[in-house]
Design a protein around this ligand. Structure first.
Ligand SMILES: [Zn+2]
Length: 115
């Protein structure tokens, strides 16, 4: 099974504060990301190997914009987006919340069994 099947894919615009390297002016820029959100459930037809891969899979996003145009009217030069990662993990996922909850439970109940 193609690992892409584990994710729902869509393009999202996110606003980032970036600094133009030519004029040094900071500005808000819309950056386009290809967002791959992990599905809530394993797709049909998955085998054991897919199951293991799916368990480890994490939502992530891939930056689509490499070059932006400076917003400063007196500059207007194009610059490369070097301050943002080209691939970033997604923090706001159900998967992540689930992991946090498991950690909280371990923290709450784990110690008691040790003592
Ligand atoms: Zn500039």
């Amino acid at each position: 099974m193609d690992e892409r099947e584990f994710f729902e894919e869509r393009t999202e615009q996110k606003v980032h504060i970036l600094t133009c390297p030519h004029c040094g002016q900071e500005g808000e820029y819309q950056v386009s990301w290809l967002v791959r959100r992990k599905r809530a459930q394993l797709p049909r037809g998955a085998d054991e190997r897919d199951r293991a891969k799916f368990a480890k899979a994490q939502s992530y996003m891939v930056r689509r914009d490499d070059v932006l145009g400076c917003k400063n009217i007196r500059c207007r030069k194009r610059f490369e987006v070097t301050s943002l990662q080209s691939v970033a993990e997604l923090q706001d996922t159900a998967v992540k919340h689930g992991a946090d909850r498991a950690e909280r439970l371990r923290a709450a109940f784990g110690r008691r069994t040790l003592g």
